[in-house]
Design a protein around this ligand. Structure first.
Ligand code: ATP
Length: 365
């Protein structure tokens, strides 16, 4: 088993900086996810850990060992690719045995190890099948077995579920987590799917344009996004541009930047102090954190608005409320009688101060 340290790593391809100023500290046995949109540098980072690419600058360590320029075959990492990269005309057994044969493991040990790992991925009855005769989910299990059979210190998974349909994806998510817990293996999982990242990971690193914007547990990333990119890449969010009026010990008073009447809010949480002193700011709040009220007294963070649209999603009702010149998305549980929320209804919205977060705006328009 191994921890992984990435220290000030950069990777350039000619003039393209694919990854920049990257620092990560991945713990032994952790399920760690690289999340971000296409082209943000996830795969390049994974490949630097596998040894397929060497960094242009910086250091990669497994535990105390400097691995920066160690070739892939000397790293003891197992990798699963999006397209599985199996040998289609070989049997399941031979595909899984391949890595062991390259390592000159004895025939008896090959058989024992391959059958054991096939049992783990529940394919023990398929060992003589050709890979081309298997379903997508089964092929993915073969790819996992092939990566695990060499008993790697680190398992690297590059969008392993993106070729599967939604139901199989759910099954395979559970399967991968079960295997990871069984083997207690340090695992890095690359995905652009935020639901996958939130539901599977111990921690997540969120990337964009080669830069890691935040590392945290799923709850930290969701509840305390570091900036507007992280906030809007993960789930739905209301982002309201603001200017700061007054900073007190715990609270910050802000005014909504719109051309209507100034609306004041009190914010309890805020990102890194230093970042708040420069550039544009917004308050963020999740749609499920906003409450819709019929009446209001003189309460903090209660604003007058009008329902603009209502959409019914079964368990959730999505209500768009216009407040001044901004539209807030509010998700309420389907516990009101049908028709309770309707277009044109005058309401109040409460933005609880503990659920509001003041963050820097880093994305351009
Ligand atoms: P995807 O989800 O689409 O695989 P990604 O987040 O994994 O995207 P990378 O594949 O790491 O992104 O690519 C990061 C950037 O580096 C992109 O701009 C890409 O075009 C560039 N890049 C990646 N590999 C190479 C290469 N071998 N040569 C030149 N540029 C590359």
């Amino acid at each position: 088993m191994a921890s992984i340290q990435i220290e000030n790593v950069q990777k350039a391809f000619g003039k393209t900086i694919a990854v920049n100023h990257l620092n990560l500290d991945i713990k032994d046995g952790e399920f760690f996810t690289f999340l971000g949109p296409s082209g943000c540098g996830k795969t390049t980072t994974l490949r630097m850990i596998a040894g397929f690419y060497y960094p242009t600058k910086g250091v990669v360590r497994f535990g105390e060992r400097d691995m920066t320029r160690v070739p892939p075959e000397k790293r003891n990492t197992g990798m699963v690719f999006q397209n599985y990269a199996l040998f289609p005309h070989m049997t399941v057994f031979e595909n899984v045995a391949f890595g062991l044969r390259v390592r000159k493991v004895s025939a008896a040990d090959v058989k024992g190890k391959v059958l054991e790992v096939l049992r783990k991925v529940r394919l023990e009855n398929y060992s003589n099948r050709q890979v081309s005769q298997l379903s997508g989910g089964q092929q993915q299990r073969v790819a996992l077995a092939r990566a695990l059979v060499i008993e790697p210190e680190i398992l690297l998974l590059d969008e392993p579920l993106s070729n599967l349909d939604a139901k199989l994806r759910d099954e395979m998510r559970a399967e991968i987590l079960r295997l990871q817990r069984d083997y207690k293996i340090t695992t890095i999982y690359v995905t652009h799917d935020q639901a996958e990242a939130l539901s599977m990971s111990d921690r997540i690193a969120v990337f964009n344009y080669g830069v890691c914007h935040q590392v945290g547990t799923p709850a930290e990333i969701y509840n305390q996004p570091a900036n507007d990119f992280v906030a809007s890449f993960i789930g739905e969010i209301n982002l309201l541009p603001v200017q700061v009026n007054r900073v007190e010990q715990e609270n910050i008073a802000v005014t909504l930047k719109n051309d209507g009447e100034p609306v004041k809010l009190i914010v309890h949480n805020h990102a890194n102090e230093g970042e708040l002193n420069k550039g544009d700011l917004a308050v963020s709040i999740r749609p499920e954190a906003i409450r819709i009220l019929d009446t209001a007294e003189d309460q903090t963070n209660v604003l007058k608005g009008k329902i603009e649209a209502v959409q019914f999603f079964g368990s959730i009702v999505n209500v768009l409320v216009q407040v001044g010149h901004v539209t807030l998305r509010v998700d309420v549980l389907n516990t009101h009688e049908f028709g309770y929320f309707y277009q044109g209804k005058d309401v109040y919205v409460e933005l609880p101060e503990k659920q509001l977060r003041l963050i820097p705006v880093i994305s351009g328009d």
